[in-house]
Design a protein around this ligand. Structure first.
Ligand SMILES: [Zn+2]
Ligand SMILES: [Zn+2]
Length: 229
C-alpha cells in the first residue's frame, strides 16, 4: 500500500485502550513512530511486520479494509472462536523519508485463547531454525572459501550446514501444529494487520466465523467488500 502524506503525520504515539465492553473489546488504533537515520536503506518503503497467512500456510483468508480509529473485537479467540483469555498485537509498520527515515508502527490487540497463542508462537519460532541455518551455512562457506581461495570449495559444506536446519524446522512446525484444536483455523497468525491508508486499515482474518462476528460488531463502520484469498 502506498504511503501518504497523511500517514507521515502519524509520527507520534497515540493513546491505547483495551477495555471490555459487553462481548467485545474496544481496541483503539495505536501508532508509534521512530526516526531512523539513513544508514538503513533496507527499511525504505512499506514494511509489514506481521506474517501473512499466505506465507505461513495455505489457509484461506478473508481480506477487507475498514475505516476506524477504534474497532470492537469480539471476546473470542480469533483462531478457534472459543472464549478468549489472552491477546496479542497484530502490527504493521511503514517507513517514509529519504535522508531521515520515519518509521511508523501501529497495532491492534487481537483476542486469542492461551492454546492458540502457544501454537502461534511455536509455529513462528520454528523459522529461527532456518535463519540460524542460513547464517551458519554462509559462515562455513565464507571461511572455507577464504581459506582455500575458491568460492566453490565451501559451497557443499555450507549447503549441508543449511540443510541440516530443515529437519529441526519441520519438526518444530509439526510440534506447533500438534497443539492445534480441531476448531483452529491456522497454526500461524489468525489475524494479520497489513497496513493502513488514512483511517482505512487492511486486515486478513483466517477464521470465517470470527470474521462474521467482527464485521457484525463493527457494522457501523465504512468498509470494503470481503475478499476470499
Ligand atoms: Zn483459540
Ligand atoms: Zn488455534
Amino acid at each position: 500500500m502506498a504511503a501518504s502524506a497523511e500517514c507521515d503525520k502519524l509520527a507520534r504515539r497515540r493513546s491505547g485502550s483495551h477495555t471490555a465492553i459487553g462481548g467485545t473489546t474496544s481496541g483503539r488504533w495505536v501508532a508509534a513512530s521512530t526516526m531512523l537515520s539513513s544508514w538503513c536503506p533496507a527499511l525504505s518503503g512499506v514494511l509489514v511486520e506481521a506474517p501473512t497467512p499466505q506465507n505461513q500456510s495455505a489457509q484461506m483468508a478473508f481480506q477487507f479494509q475498514i475505516s476506524a480509529k477504534m474497532l470492537h473485537w469480539p471476546r473470542k479467540c480469533a483462531c478457534c472462536c472459543e472464549p478468549a483469555n489472552a491477546s496479542i498485537r497484530a502490527s504493521a509498520s511503514k517507513t517514509n523519508g529519504k535522508r531521515v527515515r520515519h518509521t511508523t508502527t501501529s497495532w491492534w490487540e487481537v483476542p486469542y485463547c492461551a492454546t492458540c497463542l502457544s501454537h502461534k508462537r511455536a509455529y513462528e519460532a520454528a523459522s529461527w531454525w532456518l535463519i540460524a541455518g542460513s547464517f551458519v551455512g554462509l559462515a562455513v562457506w565464507l571461511i572455507i572459501a577464504i581459506g582455500i581461495g575458491s568460492g566453490l570449495g565451501g559451497f557443499v559444506p555450507g549447503a549441508l550446514m543449511f540443510g541440516s536446519s530443515i529437519w529441526p524446522f519441520t519438526k518444530a512446525q509439526a510440534a506447533a501444529r500438534a497443539q492445534m484444536k480441531p476448531t483452529c483455523c491456522t497454526p500461524a497468525a489468525a489475524v494479520c494487520y497489513l497496513g493502513w491508508y488514512g483511517t482505512f486499515h487492511t486486515f486478513q482474518f483466517c477464521n470465517e466465523a470470527y470474521t462474521d462476528e467482527f464485521l457484525q460488531a463493527n457494522r457501523a463502520k465504512n468498509r470494503s467488500d470481503v475478499r476470499r484469498i
